[in-house]
Design a protein around this ligand. Structure first.
Ligand code: ADE
Length: 224
């Protein structure tokens, strides 16, 4: 898989893509990331990529030309399955969407900024608009990194124990059950006896019951 990020803040990607699972997945050759500074694609001598909105609203709007030039240069090199735009008015990102995206080959993620982007970009280049929640962030970079993290960890081999991605919260519309590690007792607080019993079937039943109970209590909407 390859993910191309289009941004005016390329430095925001350095640490998240350079640590932990995302770094390991790149080193293992499972994913390739490329971060493109939209200012490198403008013909403006001051490297400006935004301008005032027609009709006189407040705020600046990202211009079509640098984005067109960047996307066209990328598409000349390879085919893309999706051109995603991060925006609070997009489709809500969730685990099923992450699962589906993890099976794609090449994707572009355009990070929105300022007041918005020239609407012609959304009409002519974008194939999918994604929101990470009903709140407004200052830009689409953090949403783009969140989307990349959620999908790359699902690529087989990205996380050590493949079973653990399947048992994540949300994978079966249930929150994950509690987990514990040594010591079995700390300051008098004991790990549930069942987990120390060695009865695999009973432990699996306990985990399922706990997942169901936590989902009913914390996220009943997932059971609808
Ligand atoms: N850009 C600003 N806010 C956002 C959000 N909630 N989701 C995706 N992109 C955004």
């Amino acid at each position: 898989m390859r993910i191309d990020f289009l941004t005016v803040l390329p430095e925001m990607f350095e640490s998240p893509l350079g640590c932990s699972i995302l770094k390991r997945a790149q080193n293992k050759g499972l994913v390739e990331f490329a971060v493109h500074n939209l200012r490198d694609y403008t013909t403006n001598k001051h490297r400006k990529v935004d301008d005032y909105p027609f009709g006189g609203e407040a705020g600046m709007v990202m211009q079509i030309e640098p984005i067109d030039r960047c996307i066209s240069a990328l598409k000349a090199e390879r085919d893309y399955d999706e051109v995603i735009f991060t925006s609070p008015d997009g489709e809500m990102f969730n685990q099923p969407m992450a699962n589906q995206m993890s099976m794609l080959g090449n994707i572009i993620i355009l990070c929105g900024h300022y007041k918005g982007i020239d609407y012609r970009i959304r009409e002519h280049f974008i194939t999918k608009e994604v929101s990470i929640g009903d709140y407004v962030l200052t830009g689409g970079e953090i949403p783009a990194i969140i989307i990349a993290d959620a999908i790359v960890r699902l690529i087989p081999g990205a996380i050590g124990d493949e079973q653990s991605a399947l048992s994540d919260s949300f994978q079966d519309n249930l929150l994950a059950p509690p987990v514990y590690t040594r010591p079995a007792e700390y300051k008098g607080w004991r790990v549930p006896d069942i987990l120390l019993s060695g009865h695999e079937a009973k432990i699996a039943q306990w985990r399922y019951d706990q997942a169901l109970e936590r989902t009913r209590r914390l996220r009943p909407d997932l059971l609808d």
